[in-house]
Ligand binder design. Structure first.
Ligand code: C2E
Ligand code: CA
Ligand code: CA
Length: 562
């Protein structure tokens, strides 16, 4: 082919180009493989630093435009095409724009052979994939939507076998906030590069939302033998560490991952993406920097907990529907009288039936719903107490406050407000807080001291299970120590428990604290503990917690005989 022909042909292309170029956002190109010439749509020269639309040294022109790290990959592919080893050109890589920033492009071309069957032209189009929703502009990875499509295709073609590994950067939010989103993007790109290198052609990598990327690895795995997903996660983690220690990353980060294996029977591919996201979430909440495999049982439990939380929220919003306070008598041993009660919350859900406080209170605490419900509990309990004081003067109500209420709400102000509006004495209440390391320091300790400053009586609940010692309890000026049920449960059989309770009681009395035993169930228990001289006793032996009317009938102002 003479020079004239080349130029004629190129000129013809040039004309077609200028017309077609106006019909598309893509850039069209012709690479003359035999004469090393390159031609590109006019629109490309505005974004990328091409000298002209036609260039006589194609490879040199490309080398100056392509992102340096990506050039070897492109060069290899072009060599394969020139030598006839490959007839396909379908790649994603970066060009560097006039502003110096890399731009991900997708380049697809067809090889046109000459009369002798030798590759003569590569003709195709280039898409700025940052602009297209299919591909993520930061990492150049396909987005979640493509993963869904791929899984769907595999399912339709009956070859849905393999696993998904979803990886997230631990504390990515902090990186973004501290160093700015540009650095954040660089971290994402580094991670994407790292993952692609490790995965190679064994799987495909996708950008999910935020800082998460997913890897789809097809194949049949014998699950009992080993965990290939976990092994892949470890390899990626090692690679990230290695690159950092070689100075390749500016910022150190760790990663967490979740995995799910799938099979032909799994028809709902949307669920697989949900499951792998859930497994990653589990990995994050169990300390990060690890990989967790999806478990159906854990997922079910989680979904159930969300359902319960939803019901709790609805019932609380619906004027505390389904909630009721039960009351358990507190027997004053010296006076042989019921002079108080502990208010205990009950919930009867329309959807889940009766549920014990041990199950739903942690959920209320987690969601913060304990705060509005706690206010309702305190108000209801005080109103009830005021009513019962008319029958039994000096009657006192014990109300439980959890640490969430103490730390995250103005529990004290709420209580003072209630006491004021209901015009009652502060001594109607006894606030019970569970023993834990928290009460010794920080916000909780400060709040508890302010309760004391306001002369609101305080009890330390479940004493003996946590960390506090009695000296501390005295310093915090608690009024009452409630010895935990677990010591009373075996007191008739266990000499050790008996001696512990005896010691606690004597020590508490020597510090001028009053003592209550909880969980006294049988006559045998009762007789056994009576000799230890507690001030108060609570337990099934006298009564289980009961609704207000039942309390009025069976407990209020009733004699206690022993
Ligand atoms: P807690 O404050 O230690 O309450 C005593 C628990 O022991 C109650 O369980 C009560 O029903 C049970 N109990 C009483 N006597 C006996 C007995 O003789 N034998 C046995 N085996 N158990 C006995 P409940 O009502 O299931 O409450 C469990 C926990 O839930 C409470 O432990 C408390 O920590 C929390 N809770 C209950 N009501 C409230 C509330 O209104 N607010 C807050 N924040 N927590 C509450
Ligand atoms: Ca209690
Ligand atoms: Ca207790």
């Amino acid at each position: 082919m003479g020079d004239k022909t080349v130029s004629d042909e190129m000129q013809m292309y040039s004309h077609v180009f200028s017309v077609l170029g106006k019909c598309t956002d893509d850039y069209l190109f012709v690479l003359d493989l035999q004469n090393n010439r390159y031609m590109i749509s006019d629109s490309a020269t505005k974004i990328f630093p091409f000298e002209a639309t036609e260039m006589s040294n194609a490879f040199k022109a490309l080398e100056s435009i392509v992102y340096p790290q990506d050039y070897p990959m492109l060069e290899q592919n072009l060599q394969d095409i020139i030598t006839g080893r490959s007839t396909e050109h379908d790649m994603e890589y970066r060009w560097v724009g006039r502003n110096g920033k890399p731009v991900w492009i997708s380049c697809r071309g067809q090889v046109v052979n000459d009369a002798d069957g030798k590759p003569e032209f590569l003709i195709g189009r280039i898409t700025d994939i940052g602009k297209k929703s299919k591909i993520d502009g930061v990492t150049g990875l396909y987005r979640e939507h493509s993963l869904k499509n791929q899984l769907r295709r595999m399912s339709e073609e009956d070859r849905l076998e393999g696993y998904l590994l979803q990886i997230g950067i631990d504390n990515f939010k902090e990186i973004n906030e501290k160093c700015g989103s540009e650095v954040g993007n660089e971290v994402l790109l580094n991670m994407a590069e790292c993952i692609k290198k490790v995965v190679g052609d064994t799987g495909k990598v996708y950008r999910m939302g935020g800082d998460e990327m997913a890897i789809l690895v097809p194949g049949i795995f014998h699950e009992k033998k080993e965990d290939p997903a976990k092994a892949l996660y470890k390899k990626i983690r090692d690679k990230i560490d290695q690159i950092f220690s070689e100075g390749g990353h500016m910022i150190y980060f760790t990663i967490s991952a979740g995995s799910v294996y799938f099979h032909k029977e799994d028809r709902d591919v949307g669920k697989l993406i949900e499951y792998v996201g859930f497994a990653l979430h589990q990995a994050k909440i169990s300390g990060k920097n690890n990989c967790m495999r999806y478990s159906y049982a854990v997922y079910e439990e989680y979904v159930h907990a969300l359902d319960v939380q939803e019901e709790l929220r609805k019932d609380i919003e619906n004027d505390f529907q389904g909630f009721e306070l039960y009351y358990q008598p507190v027997v004053n041993i010296a006076k042989k009288k019921i002079l108080g009660a502990e208010a205990l919350i009950r919930w009867h859900s329309k959807k889940f039936g009766f549920m014990s406080p041990g199950q739903f209170i942690p959920m209320l605490e987690e969601t913060g719903l304990i705060i509005p419900l706690g206010r309702w509990i305190t108000r209801t309990a005080i109103q009830q107490c005021v009513k019962w004081q008319k029958v039994v003067p000096g009657f006192r109500m014990n109300v439980n406050l959890s640490f969430v209420q103490i730390k995250k709400s103005n529990a004290l102000q709420d209580i003072l407000f209630l006491i004021d509006t209901l015009n009652v004495d502060k001594s109607v209440l006894m606030i019970e807080v569970t023993e834990s390391g928290e009460i010794e320091s920080g916000v909780a300790a400060r709040v508890l001291r302010s309760f004391k400053d306001e002369s609101i009586p305080l009890a330390i609940d479940d004493f003996g299970t946590g960390y506090s010692n009695l000296r501390y309890v005295k310093d915090m000026t608690f009024d009452l120590v409630k010895i935990d049920q677990s010591f009373i449960r075996n007191i008739t059989h266990s000499k050790y428990d008996y001696l512990v309770v005896k010691q606690f009681t004597e020590l508490a009395h020597s510090l001028n604290l009053t003592v209550c035993y909880e969980g006294v169930e049988t006559e045998e228990d009762f007789k056994c503990v009576l000799g230890l001289k507690p001030d108060y006793i609570q337990g099934y032996y006298f009564s289980r917690p009961v609704p207000a009317e039942e309390f009025e009938q069976k407990c209020l102002d009733q004699p206690v005989v022993f």
